[in-house]
Design a protein around this ligand. Structure first.
Ligand code: ZN
Length: 150
């Protein structure tokens, strides 16, 4: 288990140092901003949706390692997916990170997002990990509002 944990930490660091899909998406019809006051994480998510498919997704912002890695992994996970699939993925992810740390979780169903499952042991970091996801959903909804996680 500790080997797996180390591997996960490496992957998180890799996404923190080299966030994927980072930067503004010019002309994106949908975007939203998210803020996590507990940690100070700030993220803007841009999505381009066509025919119910996420054609492109990017993010920018400033935040801790977990929030940056989570945003990076989120963009990779939902790019090219149908919006309904992105929603399902969010639900699965959210379920895992908010689950009881003592209970086993189905990591396989999360794919690469499994690297963030460890945050469930740190309630303060759950907001960091879920911020980009809440913001993405808000962007998909197209209301362009600022989401603040409580
Ligand atoms: Zn944070």
């Amino acid at each position: 288990m500790s080997d797996l944990r180390e591997l996960y930490q490496e992957m998180i660091l890799d996404h923190t140092r080299k966030p994927r899909n980072f930067g503004r998406l010019e002309g994106a019809a949908r975007r939203a901003q998210g803020f996590n006051p507990l940690c100070g994480d700030l993220v803007t998510v841009y999505v381009e949706v066509d025919d119910e498919v996420v054609r492109d997704v990017r993010f920018e912002g400033k935040g801790c390692a977990i929030s940056t890695a989570s945003a990076s992994l989120m963009t990779e996970a939902i790019k090219g997916k149908r919006t309904a699939q992105a929603e399902q993925l969010f639900e699965r992810f959210h379920q895992v990170v908010t689950s009881d740390p003592g209970k086993p979780v189905d990591l396989d169903s999360l794919g690469k997002l499994a690297v963030l499952a460890g945050v469930r042991e740190f309630p303060m970091r759950v907001k960091c990990a879920s911020l980009a996801w809440h913001t993405m959903r808000c962007a998909l909804a197209g209301d362009g509002e600022t989401v603040t996680t409580e």
